[in-house]
Design a protein around this ligand. Structure first.
Ligand SMILES: C[C@@]1(CC(=O)O)c2cc3[nH]c(cc4nc(cc5[nH]c(cc(n2)[C@H]1CCC(=O)O)[C@@](C)(CC(=O)O)[C@@H]5CCC(=O)O)C(CC(=O)O)=C4CCC(=O)O)c(CCC(=O)O)c3CC(=O)O
Ligand SMILES: NC(=O)C1=CN([C@@H]2O[C@H](COP(=O)(O)OP(=O)(O)OC[C@H]3O[C@@H](n4cnc5c(N)ncnc54)[C@H](O)[C@@H]3O)[C@@H](O)[C@H]2O)C=CC1
Length: 225
């Protein structure tokens, strides 16, 4: 493995995209799915219709002017996505000098990270990469995974998101928590949630959960079954 995979917390952070063509707009759209604070876009051309839609987001600002190295200052993530090699290179260098993470659309070797293809369903995100070997193949695998994932784990992941803090607050040993969580994911609860079979969900949770958590069963299942 060459690249180290992570999920970044970008709440409250500023990001910069230089070049808002087809590739830049794809990167902008995915950034705006996250709770970033501000996104600045720089391009030499007037916004096209794709970009105009994205500019409706209050967090976004756009300036039509050439890039200067100080533009990257204060940014958590920067994307160089122009069709101009020299400009992308200047963006990458400005970031390297300041220790800022930068993705360079036309030069993976000058990038400090590459962007994965993403399958998303509720709390679940499957980020996949071919390590730069073939974005076309990444897209194909993403489509295969989307079809496979469907809604199969949406209900159970939401329930576990609600349950996790309740279990951890009991301050049991990690080993005991591990046994509990594994027994839940190995149980038929996931299928019962998919069928919205309330009765089976309730009886499985009564069987699986420690007695202290039984009063939370209604809340755990709210809107899920
Ligand atoms: C290295 C990387 C850097 C980065 O951008 O982070 C990179 C680089 C380049 N992409 C190029 C082309 C294409 N990129 C796509 C699509 C995606 N590209 C994405 C990521 C990455 N692209 C990183 C590697 C990820 C990995 O390897 O897994 C995805 C996953 C994420 C995203 O961009 O949001 C998104 C899929 C979204 C989805 O799920 O559908 C398509 C597909 C299509 O449009 O059908 C094509 C045309 C087909 C082809 O070329 O394969 C070119 C050559 C341009 C040329 O020919 O000149 C370069 C430059 C180079 O390779 O040097
Ligand atoms: N990483 C990826 O996923 C992919 C990368 N690419 C590469 O990404 C680059 C951009 O591709 P597209 O978005 O399809 O091109 P595009 O032509 O749709 O957009 C390029 C944008 O860059 C702007 N631009 C050009 N020179 C500029 C400068 N000096 N300063 C600021 N903005 C400038 C243009 O006005 C335009 O909006 C190309 O180099 C291409 O090889 C292409 C496909 C996928």
């Amino acid at each position: 493995m060459h690249y180290y995979p992570v999920f970044l917390e970008l709440s409250g952070q500023s990001c910069l995209v230089v070049g808002a063509g087809a590739v830049g707009c794809r990167k902008i759209a995915s950034l705006l799915e996250c709770p970033i604070e501000r996104l600045h876009i720089i391009d030499l051309a007037e916004p096209d219709t794709n970009l105009q839609v994205l500019l409706e987001d209050k967090r976004v600002s756009f300036t039509k002017r050439p890039f200067t190295p100080s533009d990257v200052e204060g940014c958590a993530l920067v994307f160089a996505a122009t069709s101009n090699r020299q400009t992308n290179d200047a963006v990458a260098r400005a970031c390297t000098e300041r220790g800022i993470l930068c993705n360079c659309a036309d030069a993976p070797k000058d990038s400090s990270f590459i962007v994965p293809a993403l399958v998303e369903q509720g709390n679940i995100a499957i980020a996949l990469s071919t390590g730069g070997a073939s974005p076309a193949l990444a897209r194909k695998i993403r489509e295969d995974l989307e079809a496979w994932l469907g809604e199969r784990y949406t209900g159970i992941s939401e329930l576990l998101m609600r349950l996790r803090p309740l279990v951890l607050a009991l301050h049991h040993e990690t080993r005991q928590n591990t046994t509990l969580f594994r027994s839940i994911v190995d149980s038929p609860l996931s299928e019962a949630l998919q069928r919205r079979d309330r009765q089976t969900c309730e009886s499985l949770l009564r069987e699986l959960l420690p007695i202290e958590l039984h009063p939370y069963i209604m809340e755990l299942l709210h809107d899920l079954a």
